[in-house]
Design a protein around this ligand. Structure first.
Ligand SMILES: [Zn+2]
Length: 128
């Protein structure tokens, strides 16, 4: 769930998932923000990261415990809809779309087709 500092590599995208208020309301929803790792400094066990496209700031080793590589399967991202998937945006009651990248959806499709499961963590983007 959390991200171990020693597994963090420059150029990868991590996710910051936390509760926030929806628009002009006091209702809580879950938000997902991209944290791009710009550079890793193993000497100080910290990394320069860009949160949601903002200028890079220094993340200490401990900061990574709050981040994740894979979004929870279902998130309450809107007060107007049921829980939805971060990757395919489908509602929980409809299930993931056929091309959803969420590891649980990928695994379920592989299981249904009888094919062996080969998994890599999904990436939400790649450094150029
Ligand atoms: Zn999905």
């Amino acid at each position: 769930m959390s991200v171990a500092f020693d597994t963090v590599t420059a150029g990868e995208d991590l996710l910051d998932v936390h509760s926030t208020t929806a628009g002009n309301t006091t209702m809580r929803v879950q938000g997902v923000w991209r944290v791009r790792v710009i550079s890793v400094d193993s000497a100080t066990r910290s990394a320069m990261c860009s949160w949601n496209g903002n200028p890079a700031t220094r993340y200490t080793e401990r900061s990574f415990a709050k981040l994740r590589r894979v979004a929870p399967e279902w998130l309450r991202q809107s007060v107007m809809r049921g829980r939805t998937c971060h990757y395919c945006h489908a509602e929980e009651r409809d299930g993931h779309r056929a091309d959803c990248k969420h590891p649980k959806a990928v695994r379920a499709r592989a299981k249904a087709s009888g094919a062996p499961v080969v998994m890599a963590p999904p990436r939400t983007g790649r450094a150029k």
